[in-house]
Design a protein. Structure first.
Length: 106
C-alpha cells in the first residue's frame, strides 16, 4: 500500500451546480491512478467528508464511474441548501466543494 497523500496530488476536480445539488468530478492526472481513486473515494467516504453540509432529507450521495476518462462523478443532493442564489451559506458553490474534496488523504 502506498503512503497516504492528498487527493490533489493525484487528481483535479470539475464541478457543477444545479438547484440545490452539486456534482463533483474527480479526474486522475494519470490513468494508472484511477483505480486508487476508485477504491479510496467511496460514497461512504465522500458522505462522511461532507456530513455537516449535506441535507439528509435530500437523498444519498451518488457516485458514477467513468473509467474511460479516469474519473469519478459524485452527485450531492441538497448540499447547496436551496441553491447558490438562495442559500445563506458562505462560499457553498461547487468550486469550493471540489477544493474541499481534494483535501482528502488517499
Amino acid at each position: 500500500m502506498s503512503e497516504p497523500i492528498k487527493l490533489r496530488e493525484l487528481a483535479h476536480s470539475r464541478t457543477g451546480d444545479k438547484g440545490d445539488t452539486s456534482n463533483i468530478s474527480v479526474i486522475a492526472y494519470r490513468p494508472e491512478d484511477f483505480f486508487r481513486l476508485r477504491d479510496a473515494l467511496t460514497v461512504e467516504r465522500v458522505t462522511a467528508h461532507f456530513a455537516e453540509l449535506l441535507d439528509p432529507t435530500a437523498g444519498p450521495v451518488r457516485r458514477y464511474e467513468l473509467p474511460n476518462v479516469h474519473a469519478l462523478n459524485f452527485v450531492l443532493p441538497g448540499i447547496l441548501r436551496g441553491g447558490v442564489t438562495r442559500s445563506l451559506a458562505l462560499d457553498a458553490h461547487g468550486k469550493a466543494l471540489g477544493a474541499a474534496l481534494l483535501d482528502i488523504e488517499v
